[in-house]
Design a protein around this ligand. Sequence first.
Ligand code: ADP
Length: 904
Amino acid sequence: MRSRLTTLVVVSIFGAVGIVTASSVWREFAQYGTGKTTELQASAIVIASAVADELRAGDREAALNTLRPISHVPSIDYVRIDRADGSLFVEVGASVAVVGEQQALLPEAAISHDALSMLTTQTASVRVPIINDGVEIGQVWVEADASSLADRIGALLWDAFAAAIFAAGIGLLIALRMQREVTRPIIALSRVMSAVRETGDFAKRAKRENDDEIGELVSAFNEMLNQIQERDARLLAHQQNLKNIVQRRTRELERAKEFAEAASLAKSDFLATMSHEIRTPMNGMLAMAELLSSADLPPRQKRYTDVIVKSGQSLLAIINDILDFSKIEAGRLELERIPVSPVAIINDVVGLFWERASSKGIDLAAYVGPSVPEMIEGDPVRLNQILSNLVNNALKFTDEGTVIVSAKRIKSTDGSCRVEFSVTDTGVGIAKNKQAAVFEAFSQADQSTTRKFGGTGLGLAICRRLVESMNGEMGLNSVEGKGSRFYFSLPTTVVEAPKPAPETMGRKRAVIAVDGPATARMLARYLEEAGVAAQVVETADAVISQTAYTDIIFASPQNLEAFHEAMQGSPRQWAPARICVSELGDAAPDRLLEAGVAEDLLIKPLSRHDVMDQIGRVFEGRLRGKEAVRVSASRGPDLPSFPGVRVLAADDSAVNREVVKEALARLQIEATLVADGREALAAAAQQRFDLILMDCSMPEMDGFEATRAIRVREAKMGEPQTPIVALTAHVAGGDLEWREAGMNGYLTKPFTLLSLAHAIAANLPGKAAVSPPDGAKKPEADADEAFDETVLRELEAMQGAGGDLVGRALSLFEDHAPEGLRRLDRAVAAGEPDEIKKAAHALKSMSLNVGALRISSVCREIEMLAAGGAGSGFAELMDALRSGLRTAFAAAPAVKARFARDAA
Ligand code: ADP
C-alpha cells in the first residue's frame, strides 16, 4: 500500500513532466525548423540572383568568384549550383566531395526541411530554382550545419529532468506525510483484525485516533466486534441450555428404560410364577385323574374322569403354548445346537402319535430321504416340538387317509446343507385365501374349528417363529378338501454323513402287501433306494401270482398267512424271504415266526434304519426268525427299578406328595414324605437317605434354603453329601439357583415316570436294577467299569431293532470328548470360571449319556468349583479327568463290540 502510493506519486509527477517536456520539445523543433529554413531560403535566393548571369553565360570561374565570399559565411556549409539539366555547374563549401556523393544518394524528395531530419542528419538544406527571364536555368542548393538543434533539445530535456526530480521529491514528501495520516491507522486496524482472527479473541478493540473516515472505519469495526461478542455470549448460553435439556432427557430416558426393564422382568417373573402356580396343581390333578381313570370305576364315573383328564391335558397344552409364545416374543428363546439325528426325531414324533393315528384309522408313515445326513446340528427339543405340532394338526384335521412325515435334503444356493421336513395329510385342507393367516397368532382357518377341534391358534405361529429363529423358512401347500402339506427347511451343519443303503447283489424284486397305503409306499421307496424293485399290491392273491418273480415279500400277518396257505399244496421250488410287517402288541407275528410262516419282523411305524437293516439281513442271509419278537418287544422303554433305595421327598402340596409317592412306588423305591424344608432338614438329620427330591418353593423354608442347611449339617458331621434333585415347575429363569444352593440336578414338573427314573439313576449310579427282557445276560462286569452298565442297557433298550445305538453313542463320545477336554483345558489355562463351568458341563452331559459316570462326576466337581467363582485349583481334578478319559477310551472298543454282538 505504502510503496504503491509512492509509485503512484512518482509516476504521475514524471508523467506530467514528460508531457510538458514533450510539448516544449515539439515547439522547439517547429521553431528551429522554420527559422533555419527561412534563413537558408533567404541566402539561397540571394545566391541565385548573384550567380544567375554567370550561369547563363556558363562562366564557372566568375561564378566561383561570386560564391567564394559566401562560403565564408559561418552559417552556410555548402553551396552548389546545378544547370537546368541537373548537372553540376559549381560548388563551394567544407565538404564538397561528400556532398557530391550525398546528392547522388539523396534523391530530390529526400531533401527535407523538417526538424526531425535536421536532428538526425545534423544539417539543414534548401533548393531554390534560378529563374532568368521567366525561364528556370538551374538550381541553387544550400546546406547549413544544424547541430545546434540537438544541443538545444538536450538542454531542454535536462531542464525537464531536473524539474521532474524536484517535483518528485516534493511529491514524495507529501506522500510520506499523507501516509502517516492515512495508512498508519489503517495498518493498526489491520493488525487488530489479524489478532482477532488468529486468537479468536473478540474482546480486542482497535484505537480510534482521528475523526476522519478512517476513524469511522475503526469505530464500525469495533462495533462489529461488540455485536459478535454479544452473539457469542447468547450462543454460549443457548448451548448450555441445550446441554441441560439433553442431560435431563437422558436421565428421563434412563429412568424409562430402567422402568421398562423392571416391567419386563416383572413380566417374566409373573410368567414363571404363573407357570409354577398353574402347572403345579395341574400336575397333581392330572396325575390323580389318570390314576383314577385307570382304577375300577362305574362307566359313568369313568367317563367323567376321562373328561377331566382330557380337559386337563388340553389346558396344560394351552398354558405351555402361551408360555412358549411369550418367551419367543420376549426374545428369551434359547436354541441349542447339538448333534441330532433327523431319523430319530421323526421316529420319536411318529411313535408318539402312532396310537392316535391307528385309533382314527389313519396310516401314519415316515420317510427320510437317502441324502439326509445321519446327524445334523440342531435343537432336538424344538425340532420335535415343531414336528409334533404339525403331526398333531394333520391328525386333527384328517378323518381318513394318510399322514406322511418326511425329511429330505434340498439344494441350497450357497452349497451348505439344508434339510426340509414336511408333514403331508389327506385331510380337510385350507382355502387359498386363509392359508397366509394360519401362521398368525391366535388365528384359525375356520371359526368353527375351535368348536369342533379345539386349539388356540397358537401352534403354527409358534412353529413359524421357532423355524425363523433357526434361520429357516416355513410354508404350506394345500387344496381345500384334498389335504395339506406343511413344510419347513433349515440350514444346518452336517455332523455325520448319510449312511449308504445296504449292498444288494444284482437286481432283486420285492412285493409289498402291508396294511396302510402310505406305509407301503414309503417301504417301496426305501427298497428302490437299496436297488430292490418293489411292487405294492393289495391282496394275498396278488402276492401269490407274483411269487415266481419275487425275492422278498413284505406282508401283513393276514396276507402272509393267506399266502402260506395257498402255497401249502404247491411244490416248493422257489421261496422268497418273508417279512411280516405288523404293529407292536399284535400277537400274530409271534405265532407266524414260531411256525416259520414269517422269517423276520418289522414293526410299524417303519423307520429308515429298521428297513435298511432288514434289507441288509435279507441279503446277508441273517433273518432272525422268532428271535425277532424278543428284540422288538424290548423296544418300549423299560423302567428301571431301584429296590432298597430310600428317597426323601419334600413337597408342600398333598396332591404332589401323593403323585411322587405313587411314582416312586412304581420304581420300587421306599419314599419318606415331608411337607416343607424344615421337616426335610429334620428327616435328613434323623436318617440317611440315598436321595432327596426337593420341591423348590415351599412355605416356612424353601427347597434352596433347606438344601443349604442340609449341606452345612453334612459338612459339620463329616458325612458324604446326599444327592438332592430339585423339583421345579419353573420353565423360565436360569438353572443357577439350584446349582448354587448345592443341589445335584433338577426335574421339571410335570415329570414322567421315565424322566424321574433317569434323574434318580443319574444320581445313584449302580443302584438301578434293570431286568432286560428274556432274563438276559449279566453284564460282563468289571472289564467295562468305565461305562455304567445300567446306562448302556437303557441306551440299548431305546434303540430300534438292530440299531446299535450303544456303538453309535460311544463313537460319538470318542469323537467329541477329546475336543471337550481341550476346551476345558483351555478354559482352565485362561482361568475363566464361566467358561470352565460351561466346558465342564458340556463334557459332563456328554459322558452321562454313555454312562461314563466317573468322568461325569469329576466334571460335576469342576463345574461346582467353577460355579463358586474359582478360576484355579483344578489341577488335581483335571488329572483325574484325564485318567478317567484314558480308561474310557481304552474300554470303549470292547464295549462297542459286545453290544454290536447283542444287536446282531
Ligand atoms: P390350533 O390348531 O391350535 O387352532 P394352529 O396354529 O396349529 O392352531 O393352526 C391354525 C389353524 O390352521 C387351524 O385352526 C386350522 O384351521 C388350520 N390348520 C392347521 N393345520 C392344518 C391341517 N393340517 N389341515 C387343515 N387345516 C389346518
